[in-house]
Structures are given as structure tokens and as C-alpha cells.
Design a protein. Structure first.
Length: 243
């Protein structure tokens, strides 16, 4: 697994979304936070600069992989920030490995198929590599210039979505650490779905922003950076982690 460490202080583990990498999803976040925390950015299997392997991608497997790496780094507890599929991964970390987690930031995650915008899962059934956002394709090939591996990444990510089954609310009820849920009002998951997750987790907070998927923390797919909005997200996250 490829990982990168920036700064000093309390560890904050950064987990990217599907089809992406630490350098894409957290490009705007790292320079804003590296003077406040020890940032540990991880590329999950098949993503970014990490190795590929011939097993299905699951959120449970990703959670175990992250904790395995933290053990190798001798990190016993940390904050976690996961975006999109990475948000699902950090939820599974809190559920499966609660002793590792001090606080969670869960950005644009989901736990039920009906929580996504209409047509999302139907479109996944017919999706091809040509449907992958060009910015994500370019990001992958810049770090791993291999078209075969790009296709593998896409197939594994698509299969995870095609076969996704709703999670039990018990997963959320088991999370005892303080948790901040974030989403945009025009995200790929419905804001009311994120509100449902917020209500299931004790000690949780909620932030809904005027944003699309991830544009509150990174460039949007038109490569426009909403600086003021990202600054607000970072300020809210820092306040939450330090309170």
C-alpha cells in the first residue's frame, strides 16, 4: 500500500474515494492541515500508487487494510477523514476496529441503495471506462501509467457498486466515537440520507454545504476550486477534531 505522511502532531488518516487517490481528493486539504496534524494519506488497493490484487474490493477489506498499515506504522489511535467510498471505509474502521478511532469525519458516504440519487445504481450496471470522469482517469495514469491497471481499477470499483447490499443500522449504532457527517446539497447521495446516518450515530454532528460531490473539499470535475467553501469545510473539521 502506498502512503504519504505530512506534518507533525495528532495523526489524521485521510482515505480517498472510488477511482481516486490521496493526491487527488486531498490536494486542497493537505496544505491547509499539515501544520496542525500528522497527515497519513493512503491509496487503497488498486488505486493511486498502491498495488493491484485479484480479490474483490469491499469496504470491510479496505478497513482492515488501513488498520494493518497503521499497525506497521505503530499508530494505535488516530482521527480519520474519509471521502465518498472512503467515508464508507472509515465507518467500517470504526465498526470493526473501534480502538483505533478517536474521531471520524465522514464526507459524502452512504449505506443504503435508496440513499443515492435516482438512477445511480441503474447507471452502474451499464457503465464503461468511457464513463469514468476524465480527471480521475488522468490522475490514475499520471501516477500509474498502465491502461490495464486502469481498467482493473474501474472494473473492481464498478463491481463493488453493482453488488452493494444495504448495511444494517446496527453498524452505525455500534460507533461510539464522535463523528462529523458532511455532504453537499447537490451531492450524489441525498442529503436526507446523510441526515439518517447522523441520527443513527450517537455523538455525531452534521454539516450540509451548498456543494456538489466533494466540491466542498477539492476541485470539482470542471477543475474549479471553491476556495472559500473549502476553507469553511476545513475550519469546521478542525474545530470538530480539536473540541
Amino acid at each position: 500500500m502506498h502512503y504519504e505522511i505530512y506534518g507533525l502532531g495528532k495523526p489524521l488518516v485521510l482515505i480517498h474515494g472510488g477511482g481516486s487517490s490521496i493526491r487527488y481528493d486531498y490536494r486542497e486539504i493537505i496544505p491547509r492541515l499539515q501544520d496542525r496534524f500528522q497527515l497519513i494519506g493512503i491509496d487503497l488497493q488498486n488505486h493511486g500508487k498502491s498495488d493491484h490484487r485479484d480479490i474483490p474490493e469491499t469496504f470491510e477489506q479496505d478497513a482492515d487494510d488501513v488498520v494493518g498499515l497503521l499497525r506497521e506504522l505503530h499508530i494505535e489511535r488516530a482521527f480519520f477523514w474519509g471521502f465518498s467510498n472512503g467515508g464508507n471505509t472509515v465507518l467500517q474502521i470504526a465498526h470493526r476496529h473501534p480502538t483505533f478511532v478517536d474521531k471520524l469525519v465522514v464526507a459524502s458516504a452512504f449505506f443504503k441503495r435508496e440513499g443515492m440519487v435516482d438512477g445511480f445504481f441503474e447507471n452502474m450496471q451499464q457503465a464503461t471506462l468511457a464513463d469514468m470522469p476524465l480527471t480521475l482517469r488522468a490522475n490514475f495514469l499520471d501516477q500509474t501509467p498502465n491502461e490495464v491497471k486502469l481498467q482493473n481499477l474501474f472494473e473492481k470499483d464498478r463491481k463493488r457498486m453493482q453488488t452493494f447490499e444495504d448495511w444494517s443500522p446496527a453498524i452505525f449504532n455500534s460507533i461510539t466515537c464522535p463523528t462529523l457527517f458532511i455532504c453537499g446539497d447537490h451531492d450524489v447521495m441525498k442529503p436526507e440520507h446523510v441526515i439518517e446516518m447522523w441520527r443513527l450515530v450517537p455523538k455525531s454532528r452534521l454539516l450540509i454545504l451548498p456543494a456538489t460531490h466533494g466540491s466542498y473539499m477539492m476541485a470539482d470535475f470542471d477543475n474549479h476550486v471553491h476556495t472559500t467553501l473549502i476553507d469553511h469545510t476545513v475550519d469546521t473539521v478542525v474545530t470538530f477534531l480539536q473540541e
